[in-house]
Ligand binder design. Structure first.
Ligand code: COD
Ligand code: ZN
Length: 368
């Protein structure tokens, strides 16, 4: 059966999203159809809207989502209609050497889905008349419904609100995971988070969970610094007035043990490395435009044994990490209710992005 539904489509970088009727085909073998309950307004979609990152267009955007399974294709055994699920925007095969070595976020099968914007069989379930519309990151959840690979959904407990589960699907996993999985921050260590947006605030929550002693947040926007403090930052740096490296080094005595760049700019990656003490680790979470390269002093790197590493999707192993995140949320140790500051109807998705850019929300979701 073909469903008609409302969805937010990006036709060209630089244009607003168009909320319109699109057709959605039934799931084929190994695929599922999900009614989207909430979809997070993440800066990553905006990178494609602006053209910093390039994807297959036109596409229905949205990658941070959760919902309820409505229909399953042939051979699907992992979920059934009625199940609550979080959407996973880095699909993995579960069999390759990356998956087998606990690094499913690096799985090449997911890469193929994201690069083509099509389902594993090489076709799309989305169109508008004769025009093929692509799936964004295999998820496309700025829509009333989505069809995705069964590997792109994970069943979740029904007592977790779906809007909270949506946030867990990207910002929480990305931010908390960068601290806990990628960097493995130790109790008592000093952490710098550059960029206290939706994902940066989650990195701060991760640092609190990991038992970091001092947690320093840097941002251009004073409102974000206030939020950062409310989520556990012990010190803040107003990057619009202060030199981040100098301030971080002063606050920490001799530089920080860990620095997280959660914006996607070359200069802030450089700041992260320069803020480290000898032996420290900088983690780049933001993705800069394709041509960007960051300057790192090679003497500093070698003589001070600094590490610079990337983190994608919090280096997650979804089956292990999501149940833990939801358990921590239930126990009140991940204050995700406070992270979710606003809900928007799908029709207002462009306003939701303006609010994200203005910094007037911690994290918001659209409710299709
Ligand atoms: N110095 C300090 N703070 C800055 C600067 C600067 N030069 N420039 C911007 N900021 C602050 C802004 O004031 C804002 O508070 C924050 O940085 C950015 O926050 P948001 O809410 O706009 O962005 P997020 O948190 O939704 O997304 C951040 C990412 C780094 C994840 C995103 O930008 C990105 O790079 N995405 C691509 C990587 C990816 O795919 N990640 C996983 C999916 S999210
Ligand atoms: Zn995201």
């Amino acid at each position: 059966m073909i469903a008609c539904m409302r969805a937010a489509v990006l036709y060209e970088p630089g244009q607003p999203l168009r909320v319109e009727e699109v057709e959605l085909d039934a799931p084929r073998g190994g695929e599922v159809r999900v009614r989207v309950a909430a979809a997070g307004v993440c800066h990553s979609d905006y990178h494609y809207m602006r053209g910093d990152l390039v994807g297959q267009l036109p596409a229905v955007l949205g990658h941070e989502g959760a919902g309820v399974v409505e229909e399953v294709g042939a051979g699907v055994t992992g979920v059934r209609p009625g199940d609550h699920v979080v959407l996973l925007w880095r699909t993995s095969c579960g069999r390759c050497d990356y998956c087998s070595s606990g690094r499913p976020a690096l799985c090449p099968r997911g890469l193929a889905l994201r690069a083509t914007g099509r389902m594993p069989d090489g076709t799309s379930r989305l169109r508008r008349g004769d025009l093929e519309i692509r799936h964004f990151l295999g998820v496309s959840c700025f829509a009333e419904q989505t069809v995705c690979s069964e590997r792109a959904v994970l069943r979740i407990p029904e007592d977790v609100p779906l809007a909270i589960a949506a946030l867990a699907g990207c910002s929480v996993m990305t931010g908390v995971g960068a601290v806990v999985n990628t960097a493995r921050v130790e109790p008592g260590s000093t952490v710098l988070v550059i960029g206290a947006g939706g994902v940066g605030l989650c990195a701060i929550m991760g640092a609190v969970l990991a038992g970091a002693g001092r947690i320093i947040a840097a941002d251009l926007n004073p409102a974000k610094l206030e939020l950062a403090t409310s989520f556990g930052a012990t010190d803040v740096i107003d990057a619009s007035r202060e030199d981040v490296v100098q301030a971080a080094r002063e606050l920490s005595g001799d530089g920080v043990h860990y620095a997280f760049e959660v914006i996607g700019l070359a200069e802030t990656v450089t700041q992260a490395v320069r803020s480290l003490r000898a032996g420290g680790t900088a983690v780049a979470v933001g993705v800069a435009p394709t041509s960007a390269t960051a300057q790192v002093g090679l003497q500093e790197l070698v003589l001070q044994e600094k590490t610079l590493k990337g983190s994608i999707y919090g280096s997650t192993r979804p089956e292990l990490d999501f149940p833990r995140l939801f358990d921590l949320y239930r126990r009140g140790r991940l204050p995700l209710d406070r992270l979710l500051t606003r809900e928007w109807p799908l029709e207002q998705i462009n306003e939701a992005y303006e609010a994200m850019l203005a910094g007037t929300v911690a994290r918001s979701v659209v409710v299709p």
